[in-house]
Structures are given as structure tokens and as C-alpha cells.
Design a protein around this ligand. Sequence first.
Ligand SMILES: Cc1ncc(C[n+]2csc(CCOP(=O)(O)OP(=O)(O)O)c2C)c(N)n1
Ligand SMILES: [Mg+2]
Length: 349
Amino acid sequence: MAVSKEKSVKASKKTSKVKSSNFSKETYIKWYKDMLLIRKFEEKTGQLYIQQKFGGFCHLYIGQEAIAVGTASASKKGDKHMTAYRDHGHPIALGTDPRILMAELYGRTTGCSKGKGGSMHFFDKNVGFMGGHGIVGAQIAMGAGVAFAEKYNETNNVVYVSMGDGAVRQGILHETFNMAMLWNLPVVFIIENNNYAMGTSVERTTNVLELSKIGLSYDMPSESVNGMSPEAVHESIKKASDRARKGNGPTLLDIQTYRYKGHSMSDPQKYRTKDEVSDWIEQDPIKHCYDLIKKNKWLTDKKLDDISDWVKNEVKECVEFAENSPYPDGKELYNDVYMDKDYPFIIEY
Ligand SMILES: Cc1ncc(C[n+]2csc(CCOP(=O)(O)OP(=O)(O)O)c2C)c(N)n1
Ligand SMILES: [Mg+2]
């Protein structure tokens, strides 16, 4: 069942209350540049996938970029980030070289996971990106585990665990929320609520439409956030991470967003209307930043064109880098595989 036009627009406006003046010109320019790079990287990814340049699953993040950049700008070096399989945007926002991400899509040795992970398993420890995870909801518990390690090692780092609105329905969330609260872990749980789990809308799966309420049963501070606004995302993440760093434990953020494209590359999208999609596109965060930069004359038209040219060239170089990189050797299959030497019935090759 598609969410009605009125309802989807209302849902996103309800949470919009941040003044743009709280942020510097430099922040807006960085958000704009990073979101444009994510968008263009993924538009190219979609084209390459259709041309069968690489295989496997492919879930585009287009429309949700404000969450990745708002989280990146509000977090600190040393913090850790995890998400599900819709994972192209997060590492780019955190500063991973997109060339090694494109190479990963192509399954090449130069990829961020040595070409063995593909689209759903990006990973870059250098920027604190602890993956891309394909099992819906698995990263909720693993993220709390990482937060436990940070607390145990007294690093004062915070862990940000993103999940979809569908992942919220996994039982593991409840066990994790309970333990994370009990142990006061430095973790921010982020629901990237794009209103659909594949073709199933939130309202078809629950009576509790305000997903932030889920945290309340664990006394977890929880709030709804406008995910089309990098400002709102930044402010809510900053507040939550300050709380975690002070030793005051987890937060749940229900960040309302939208994916403009289908769930994955094969999705006829019969569950939603074109009007619903275009209503959300009207609130596009890249356009929002572009318009503010223009209105405030923070950059000349020439400088804006330079950014766009730089992004185009980056994406072109990503493809060249990936296509010119070698495939992994067959024996790579046996590297990086966890094996317990004492476990019975395992044959060593
Ligand atoms: C445990 C498990 N069950 C089912 C699937 C199949 N599956 C892949 S994506 C998905 C929908 C998840 O939707 P949501 O959490 O809202 O994330 P979104 O795709 O919207 O980002 C499902 C059911 C899976 N990968 N793992
Ligand atoms: Mg979803």
C-alpha cells in the first residue's frame, strides 16, 4: 500500500525545525560537494550495473544522502560507523577514496574489501567504516558489540549504527536495546526510515507508526528527525553523540528519508505512486544546499561549475581505476576466512 501524498509530505515536514544559520558556509559547501559525489557515483553505478559491468546485488542510496553527510560532519575521528547493504554513501561521506569503492563493485583486488565483498560489503577501517552488512538487522547487535569494545577500551569514541525501517522488526533489536541501555554503551541507533522494506510500507507492518517510540520501552532517549535536512541530521547526531561521550548511553533517532530509486536494481515499484516520489524529490537535500550557496553568494557560478566538473572527473577516474585493476587470484578464496583450528570436521586445504 503506497503512503498517501499528504501523509508522506506531512511526515517529513513535521520534524523540520532547524535554522540554516547555525552552520558555516564551509559546512554547506562540504555537504554539497560530498552529496553530489555520492549521487553521481551512484547514478554511474546504476548505469554500469544495467550494462552488466558487475553483478551481485546493488541497492542505491539516492535520496538518503543527507543522513550520511550530516552524521559524518557531526562525528569525530575515531568514531565508528556501520550500516546495512545500502552502503555506498556512508564511506564516501567519511572520506574513503571512491576509486576503491568502485573497484569493490567490480570485484577487483584494489577494492576496499579486496573484491570479495561487492556492493553490500564495503568496509574501510581507516575512516571508521565497519561495514556494509547484508543480513537485515545483524549490524544492530554487532554495532552494540563495537560500542562495548570502545567503552571497555575507554576510547571515548561513539558508534553510529544505521538500519532500515524494516530492520526494526527484527527481534535482535530488542535484545540489543536492552543490553545497550543496561551497559550504558556509547552508541547511536539510527533508523534510516525510507518508509519501505522492499515493497512493504511501515504502516503495513506495525500499529506504532512513530518508530522513535520503540526506544521508550527501554528508557532510551529517542526522537524523530527530518532526514532530508543535513542540518537536522547533524544537530540530532551531535546531541546524541555528546550524550554518549559523557557516559550517558544510547540514543535512538528515527530519521525520516526517502529512496528515489527502487529497493534494488530490479524493482517495478508498484507499491508507490509517482506523485509520492516527486513530493520527496522536491525536498532534495542537494538542491537545498545548492540553493543556499547561490542565495548567499558563497560561491560564484564558476566555482559551482568547478565542483560539478571535479565530481564528474572523480567518477570517471573511479571507473577507469576499477576497470584497469586485476581480479583476485583463485586462492584468495581461502584468505580472510575465519577458521577455528580446533573445530572438528574442518578439512584443511
Ligand atoms: C535476515 C534477513 N531477512 C530478509 C532479508 C531480505 N531483505 C533484504 S533487504 C530487505 C528489506 C529491508 O528493508 P529496510 O530495513 O527498510 O532497509 P532499506 O532497504 O529500506 O534500506 C529484506 C527483507 C535479508 N537480507 N536478511
Ligand atoms: Mg526501508
